[in-house]
Design a protein around this ligand. Sequence first.
Ligand code: NAP
Length: 541
Amino acid sequence: MPTTQSYDAIIVGAGFAGLYMLHRLRRLGMRAQVYEAGSDVGGTWYWNRYPGARCDVESMQYSYSFDDALQQEWSWSERFASQPEILRYAGHVADRLDLRRDIQFDTRVTSAHFDAKRALWQVATDRGDRVTARFCVMATGCLSAARLPEIPGRDSFAGPTYHTGAWPHEGVDFTGRRVAVIGTGSSAIQAIPVIARQAAHVTVFQRTPNFSIPSRNAPMDAEYENWWKSDYAAHRAKARAMRTGILYGLNDKSALEVSEEERQAEYERRWANGGTAFMGAFSDLITNRQANDTAAEFVRNKIRGMVRDPKVAEILAPKSHPIGTKRICVDTEYYETFNRPNVALVDVAATPIEAITPAGVRTAAGEVAVDDIVFATGFDAMTGALAAIEIRGRDGIDLAAKWAEGPRTYLGLMSAGFPNLFMITGPGSPSVLSNMIVSIEQHVDWLTDCIAHLRARGLDTIEPTQEAEDGWVAHGNEVAHRTLYPSAASWYMGANIPGKPRVFLPYIGGVGVYREKCDAIAAAGYEGFRLGGQNQAAAAE
Ligand code: NAP
């Protein structure tokens, strides 16, 4: 039944961000309502059910830290948790904290308008709900707006098509089928080996090769689990201070200050260990091109060693961007999969896709007939889910219009002109460059304290000043351009969406540094924010 209720807060999304936000607001004694487009909790883990989907942050670190009993009682079965296990975990948390009773599923928020006279957000859904709330929290996820490329004839294909980010819940049986996979990002790199083991034939259409590090995934080591659990609080505290919010060994040496032997030994050691910690091999891999080249060449040589056909190996070996400047991938037997007789690689950079036909995919080199097409073509990252909602702030200002030249936020938490509208892990915060759960907890905790601060003082609104926002945007750009990241045509830069402004979307200053900044701003009475009562809100109209 559609409602016309009034709440203290509306939360959009029931992924890890929305679930924790709901829990914290309830603890403040607030009435919060969550709207979720899916039929259950889990967010990204609810939608991304493609074969092989797995987190590449270690499971001991990819979980909530706010409740010690919760982190002690839950056991992960593998070093890197699979999508079904993470989804079970999200469900477990929802049950344990009795969260579902305040979540309305199968409901998309379509608009959020700020009523300045009453200092309230008016929120509408596709189910006809018309509700108001003082606070509106966008827990909409960074990689939730799945994107299909504009390829001529895309909808003319006669067989089934799938997007990795909106995978059928019943699964897909590829037995005996010829499958095209378009894209070679993290999702494809996980899915291709699994699909290739089942399908009759797989053709991979690669436009840009990616660097991928073996995961070395394995059943959870009891001793390792015990090490974490015996002092979880201290380990988590260390992780929170790291650049990525992930606890792993960082070498503080430059790749260029050590001998060739020492450099290779360090890369070998991290390659053997597996996972994204490879990028911690030296301190300057993301800031110095020459240093970066040594790591990139190491991985290229590994690819050449794993892939038997030298021509295929060269096509798979990335040369167009520094390692790590597009999201580093983590795999299980990705490169080896190209040694299988039932797997073919099409270099779309050399022979671009011209069209999708009823029978398959046509490139400049000819048509490949297939039964199924898997689009592993990514997302309208960081801004896509927000742009899909009509968000109007003070004076009817439209968020998407305000962000036409790139997102503008203060701390990635709020945008000027949109009082009481919060983003969890929004653009301008470390978000996708970090362990998402660490960043989510930090934002939710900060926000909860902020709302408690307002309530304790009888204040109704908080909004960043234009000056603070401009300063943060400039700072974010400045820090990003000290690194090699902007040199890659990545989704971090909006480069995967034709026409999207090329702006570095996340904050690269590091999770630990960012946390200190947020805390200092709060301690200084929310520096850079304007706090107001209802009367001030109306007067400012
Ligand atoms: P993605 O990294 O954006 O990759 C999309 C792929 O599709 C790219 O290879 C892209 O090529 C290709 N593509 C797009 N349009 C195309 C076209 N018209 N023709 C040919 N190729 C096209 O998307 P994703 O793999 O879904 O990953 C997105 C992010 O989700 C990751 O970077 C990561 O942050 C997260 N993720 C994490 C995990 C994990 O934790 N293990 C797993 C999956 C995803 P170009 O590079 O040339 O544009």
